[in-house]
Design a protein around this ligand. Sequence first.
Ligand SMILES: [Zn+2]
Length: 60
Amino acid sequence: MRCPCGCGERIELMVLEEAHTRWDITIDDAGRPTLHPSVWRKSGCRSHFWMRRGRIHWCD
Ligand SMILES: [Zn+2]
């Protein structure tokens, strides 16, 4: 997926092994993904957000 902040960087959730975190991905009946826990980039733009039902919810 592309970073939703607009910086254009790719986020490879499944290979972020250095984060020591796995994401649970749930797909609802409409095909919209929900990720748990939140995504917090440790480098680059340092975006921190949740994805709920295919929509981005920013953390402060
Ligand atoms: Zn970004």
